[in-house]
Design a protein around this ligand. Structure first.
Ligand code: ADP
Ligand code: MG
Length: 257
């Protein structure tokens, strides 16, 4: 049995228990006592799964009843383009095809100053950050805003090597933040039953990274999802990712999931 499957079972039981232990005022994220969950998907390079992760995660958080804001901080605007294309799906009514959350384009170096005002009523903010190598100013601003930085990374030596500049950047940005951010690697595009996922996990952990227990498989449902409305198949894995994020953030943050 893979670690991913074990994790699914353990989290399914542990997270509701953890949430149940919190007082209501902290458990509900629409109360003033709870700050929203601020997640940024970041990496040095394009093509690692930042946009795909951001869009699927936004859907599962929204499905769980959270008010979600997806910030498309990439000048290429692919998350926004995805939502536009999905909205035009001729097989669905506009209300069925619309993404169930707000999405704003904000490819700005001032993102960390501007998002709080835009997102003040939202439970969960997810930032699709552009690749650090081409847009360092915007990416730094997103790293400055987010409390949880997720680094999507394929289980391959080359992608593992390329995580180092992201970690260095997170460390540098830490100096100007009010409080430290957490960061974790999200293993993405993992081949089922291949050794590479566990090998990569061990290599990343040896390098000192937190690695989420859930590994996102390489699946056609994700590869073909750009520009399409997000349907039910394929959501489960993102639920587990979302639950892990909530678990990592407790008790400072809480979100329904
Ligand atoms: N888990 C996955 N399984 C299969 N294909 C994936 C997966 N995650 C991402 N992809 C594909 O990889 C490509 C790059 O993903 P994308 O999210 O656009 O990366 P980025 O935003 O980092 O540039 C896209 O074609 C996307 O469909
Ligand atoms: Mg992208």
């Amino acid at each position: 049995m893979s670690r991913c499957v074990n994790r699914e079972f353990s989290l399914a039981y542990r997270v509701p228990t953890l949430l149940a232990r919190l007082p209501n005022s902290v458990r509900r994220c629409d109360t003033a006592q709870v700050r929203g969950l601020r997640v940024a998907l970041a990496n040095l390079k394009p093509g690692t799964g930042k946009t795909t992760s951001a869009v699927w995660l936004a859907h599962v958080f929204a499905q769980a009843g959270n008010s979600v804001l997806l910030v498309d901080a990439d000048p290429s605007g692919s998350a926004l383009e995805w939502s536009d294309l999905a909205y035009m799906d001729p097989r669905l009514t506009p209300s069925e095809a619309a993404f169930p959350f707000r999405i704003v384009a904000l490819p700005s170096r001032e993102l960390h100053r501007r998002v709080p005002e835009i997102a003040h009523a939202d439970d969960v903010v997810i930032i699709d950050t552009p690749q650090l190598e081409d847009h360092p100013g915007i990416a730094r601003s997103a790293l400055r805003y987010a409390d949880e930085i997720l680094i999507p990374c394929a289980p391959s030596p080359i992608e593992i090597n390329r995580t180092t500049p992201v970690r260095d950047e997170i460390d540098e940005v830490g100096a100007v933040r009010d409080r430290p951010a957490r960061s974790a690697v999200l293993l993405n595009r993992c081949i089922a039953r291949a050794h590479s996922t566990n090998d990569a996990r061990q290599a990343l952990e040896r390098l000192g990274y937190d690695v989420l227990g859930t590994a996102v498989p390489r699946l056609e449902v994700y590869a073909q999802s750009f520009g399409m409305p997000i349907r039910q198949p394929g959501r489960d894995v993102w639920h587990y990712v979302a639950r892990e994020l909530v678990e990592r953030c407790l008790p400072l943050h809480a979100a329904r999931i």
